[in-house]
Design a protein around this ligand. Structure first.
Ligand SMILES: Cc1cc2nc3c(=O)[nH]c(=O)nc-3n(C[C@H](O)[C@H](O)[C@H](O)COP(=O)(O)O)c2cc1C
Length: 368
């Protein structure tokens, strides 16, 4: 598959990495664009203290020369500034000898598993007694490097005028545009030691007809996009166009009638959300997704100690109260990755030139 990638890195490890394979040559890579995407991911209402420590900046270790892709794997890196604080803590811990300090070390060991996180299934599955070993990788910090991969996907699609937008629609049931109410709700929630989720929308413009396929279940574009967006920690629902409302209405109110005017196929509605039969149909792709409330809570939920099985309250450490805007931004970049994968598979070639030729020839073929 084109544009395959793998990420590595823990939340407080030295860095996050990704290697992307299957990027053709001679695509322009603008580092400022990638850094801006990383910056947006760090922002948003309700974010915690960690984002004040980090200043996510991309390091491109391979696969790009003089601003152009080489056709070889692209290795990306983002340094975790918080690692420095982490490292000091670890080193001093190693030096601690007396009993008092040993107690401190024990308290850093996490066994009070957090409901709603990977803690319980992860610790049991990987046979870890210190839940830190699960928490570090399951943290959404990993979405920083995914955002960088998504930014490269966006840059690949840019010359073909395909672009992506994300918009937060609501947080905790309050309309996103009602900023005054929203700020009140976030402050109230923060004071209570509670958390919030929300709903967002992604729009993808100018996707040519025919990305994805009706032929195989695992090539359907809506399925691939859902998979990618659902893979972001906290996302619990993904919908296209009318979404869950398709269940409550007539066919005549569901399907988008087709007209032909001025040498163009047109529709007056887009209830399908730009995908029919698993393929892009030339309309905007419209996706809605819902994120659950953040599971790390200052007023913690009841839980158990994974080792002793005693009743305890769940572990708490610095955390977001709400991360819906950031999640929407990550989802936009995940969507870009899927569209780039499908685009590069359809117009396959080893260079920008070859892909452009294939794209132009196809666009000529489907011209009406
Ligand atoms: C951008 C972003 C930031 C997040 N920040 C936090 C956080 O600070 N604390 C936390 O407990 N969960 C945070 N989450 C949510 C968790 O990652 C998520 O709830 C957890 O991985 C379990 O998700 P799952 O139930 O979908 O597997 C964040 C998610 C995203 C996308």
């Amino acid at each position: 598959m084109k544009f395959r990638f793998l990420t590595s890195g823990e939340s407080h490890g030295k860095c996050l990495n990704a290697i992307i394979d299957g990027v053709p040559s001679n695509f322009e890579i603008n580092e400022d664009f990638i850094n801006n995407e990383l910056k947006i991911r760090q922002e948003g209402i309700g974010r915690g203290g960690r984002m004040k420590i980090e200043n996510d900046t991309i390091i491109i270790n391979s696969g790009v020369r003089h601003g152009l892709t080489l056709g070889s794997p692209i290795c990306l890196e983002i340094i975790n500034n918080d690692f420095k604080n982490w490292e000091v803590e670890m080193n001093s811990k190693a030096q601690e000898k007396n009993e008092e300090n040993n107690k401190k070390i024990q308290s850093k060991f996490i066994s009070a598993i957090r409901p709603g996180h990977a803690d319980l299934p992860g610790a049991l599955k990987y046979n870890h007694h210190d839940v830190r070993n699960i928490l570090e990788r399951s943290s959404a910090r990993e979405t920083a490097i995914r955002t960088a991969v998504g930014a490269i996907a966006q840059l690949i699609l840019k010359p073909f005028n395909i672009y992506f937008e994300s918009k937060t629609l609501e947080i905790g049931g309050v309309c996103y545009d009602n900023k005054e109410e929203l700020i009140k709700l976030i402050e109230f929630t923060r004071e209570k030691g509670d958390t919030l989720g929300g709903r967002f929308k992604i729009i993808i413009k100018n996707v040519p007809v025919g990305l994805g396929s009706h032929v195989h279940w695992d090539k359907k574009l809506d399925a691939l996009l859902s998979y990618a967006i659902m893979s972001i920690g906290g996302v619990k629902a993904v919908e296209f166009g009318l979404g869950h409302n398709v269940a409550n209405t007539f066919g005549s109110k569901t399907h988008d009638e087709i007209y032909y005017e001025n040498n163009k196929i047109i529709r007056n509605t887009n209830n399908a959300g730009g995908i029919e039969g698993g393929m892009s149909n030339g309309e905007d792709i419209v996706i809605y997704a819902s994120m659950k409330a953040i599971p790390t809570m200052k007023t913690p939920l009841k839980s158990i100690d994974i080792n002793t099985k005693e009743n305890v309250t769940a572990h708490f450490e610095r955390s977001d109260v709400c991360a819906v805007e950031s999640c929407a931004h990550v989802a936009k970049n995940m969507a870009a990755i899927i569209i780039a994968q499908q685009f590069l598979s359809k117009f396959a070639g080893d260079s920008f030139y070859e892909i452009t030729q294939n794209y132009n020839s196809y666009m000529e073929q489907i011209k009406l």
